[in-house]
Design a protein around this ligand. Structure first.
Ligand code: DGJ
Length: 591
């Protein structure tokens, strides 16, 4: 069946704008997202905020005693934000009777240690399955139905086709947000909410309950079709290809518009060899099943998020179990999760979800960052391995709002246990050191995001690293790795990190060049040799005006030592940066 929608007239366009697909405006007094210089930033108490975070293990915040020694350790490790779980089963043990003890304990622990929070709502789903709903939900499958696979087997997850489940989840989340407004509406300890956790159908590529099968045989909802038509030119390429392959129809059943679903008789995941799994990932197999479930989950979750925001309007996001070699097909990974190929479906179904977030445990870190920054989606990484180099890439290259290794307490992150240090203090770990530097530099980084004035440098600590050239503000900086530069009084620099920032020992340091004004460059890095040429040499040779150790304080650069004379060979040549530090150059052209 090929049909096309009538052209969207003015009346319809106005109706669309006023439809539930339009999210409410953010409240500037509360933590909110704003776009500055084309980059979306989190604004907290009027200032951009960079979340240097870690996510706790799932069960940690259920016990105040368990958390008591952990909070100060997280602060000592230079986190400024903690991602912490709040569960439906603990806040609504009896229907309609709420107990916010775990919320209040979590707030108290964070506040006592000057930490901010992102709360993760474990409601109807967690990792595709359903185990955090209260016993009164678990015990009543008639009222709160479970999903089924194609053979009629009940899956371990609540069906999105349970309106009563959705409404109960809506009420619980709204109650949580109302409580947060009452107890945190002034302090702003909580900066954002994750709504559910890694949702999607596991065990089949879509839900096969009778209600799901009936909906699947129906036309694609016009609200979704309209959004796809409206954003046709900007859709994710994977979705565009699927739509085009099926004739770009603008009406029809799900399979008419997006092609056939998963056939019967597909080899189960457990019987695939690693090589077979490898060939399957990065494919968009049986897209209709994933698209159908993405619409179901996004519209369900939007009801939950919207009800919560109506009580207390904090930014909301959903996180993703990524398609990966070990779980390559929908149903192996949770089908309907906000995978990049279905972001447009999520945007249409869940306008109250501000961000679609990846949990990145695979080595293809930058590829994932790239796919999660398409179409204006800001990068928020709620779960990852504790890899400081990845934290730098996410924040400096992809303008991430949040970087947050999973299982942060007692461990440096997934897969890396750290022995407790002397006197119960955690040993310095690379991520903590990187966070210390990022904390110090965060105002500068946030100030320069999106302005084309900041360039991240590749690692230069190794003498074998290649030289780099950075073009900024009409000049080119030529940077040559300088490990092993000769010491002595004539060595330039001696720059050091000022203030409370600890020295970097075993962490990859932050390396940046910032064009902080006309003819003015701040370099965070070293040791290295630096020379500067002009992009228009006919205007004269480049002369070094001044060379300072630099610090950033109260929103501006301030000079440390003015380096000249013995420290820089009287500036006859370009001074060498003898050690890691922050340096400021001012240069001009002279005929
Ligand atoms: C991803 C989930 O979202 C987390 O809650 C946790 O279960 C981790 N996996 C475990 O690695």
């Amino acid at each position: 069946m090929k049909k096309s929608l009538p052209p969207i007239g003015l009346a319809l366009a106005a109706a669309l704008l006023a439809s539930p697909l339009t999210a409410p405006a953010a409240d500037p007094a509360l933590p909110h997202l704003a776009t500055r210089h084309g980059v979306r930033q989190l604004i907290v108490d009027g200032q951009p905020f960079l979340m240097l975070a870690g996510e706790l293990h799932n069960s940690s915040t259920s016990s105040r005693e368990y958390m008591r020694p952990i909070w100060p350790q997280l602060a000592q490790r230079n986190l400024n934000t903690v991602l912490a779980v709040i569960t439906w089963e603990l806040i609504e043990p009896q229907e309609g009777h709420f107990d916010f003890t775990t919320v209040d304990d979590t707030l108290a622990g964070a506040r006592q240690n000057h930490l901010r929070l992102v709360l993760l709502w474990f409601g109807s789903w967690k990792n595709g399955e359903s185990s955090y709903q209260p016993a009164w939900v678990k015990a009543d499958p008639r009222r709160f139905p479970w999903a089924k696979d194609r053979t009629g087997r009940t899956l371990n997850l609540l069906s999105t086709f349970g309106d009563a489940t959705r409404d109960a989840d809506v009420r619980a989340f709204a109650a949580l947000m109302r409580h947060l407004r009452e107890v945190d509406g002034q302090a702003h300890t909580v900066l954002a909410m994750q709504v559910e956790n890694e949702v999607g159908v596991l065990g089949d590529s879509r839900d096969h309950t009778a209600a799901a099968n009936a909906a699947f045989a129906q036309p694609v909802p016009p609200a979704l079709m309209r959004q796809l038509v409206r954003h046709k030119a900007a859709l994710a390429p994977e979705l565009s290809r699927v739509w085009a392959a099926n004739g770009c129809q603008t009406a029809g059943t799900w399979e008419e518009v997006f092609g056939p679903g998963r056939p019967d008789g597909v080899t189960p995941l457990a019987q695939l060899t690693p090589a077979e799994k490898d060939t399957l990932w990065r494919r968009f197999d049986w897209p209709v099943d994933e698209i159908f479930m993405a619409w179901r989950y996004s519209t369900y979750i939007n009801r939950v998020a919207a009800a919560g925001k109506a009580e207390y309007n904090l930014p909301c996001y959903c996180n993703t179990w990524l398609q990966q070699p070990g779980t390559p097909r929908p149903g192996d990974f949770p089908s309907g999760c906000p995978e990049p190929e279905v972001h447009d479906i999520w945007r249409a179904g869940a306008p109250d979800i501000d961000l679609l977030a990846p949990d990145i445990y695979i080595p293809e870190f930058t590829e994932v960052c790239g796919r999660y920054t398409r179409n204006g989606n800001a990068l928020f990484i709620p779960e990852a391995a504790a890899n400081p180099e990845n934290a730098l890439t996410a924040i400096l290259k992809y303008n991430a709002i949040c970087f947050s290794p999973f299982g942060i307490e007692g461990r440096g992150g997934v897969g890396r246990d750290t022995a407790p240090g002397a006197n119960g203090t955690p040993p310095p770990d690379p991520l903590s050191q990187t966070y210390a530097l990022l904390n110090y530099l965060a105002p500068v980084i946030l100030e320069n995001q999106g302005r084309g004035t900041m360039v991240q440098l590749a690692p230069m600590d190794d003498t074998n690293a290649p030289p780099q050239e950075v073009k900024l503000g009409g000049y080119t900086l030529h940077l040559t790795p300088g490990a092993g530069l000769p010491g002595g009084g004539r060595r330039g620099g001696g720059g050091r990190l000022a203030g409370p920032v600890p020295p970097v020992t075993n962490a990859p340091p932050v390396r940046l060049v910032i064009n902080s004004g006309p003819g003015e460059f701040v370099i965070v890095g070293g040791p290295m040799r630096v020379s500067i040429t002009a992009d228009q040499p006919e205007r004269g040779g480049v002369v070094l005006g001044s060379f300072d150790e630099a610090m950033y304080a109260n929103g501006r650069w301030v000079a440390g030592r003015r380096l000249n004379g013995d420290e820089t060979s009287d500036n006859r040549n370009w001074p060498v940066l003898g050690s890691y530090g922050i340096y400021r150059y001012s240069v001009f052209q002279r005929q």
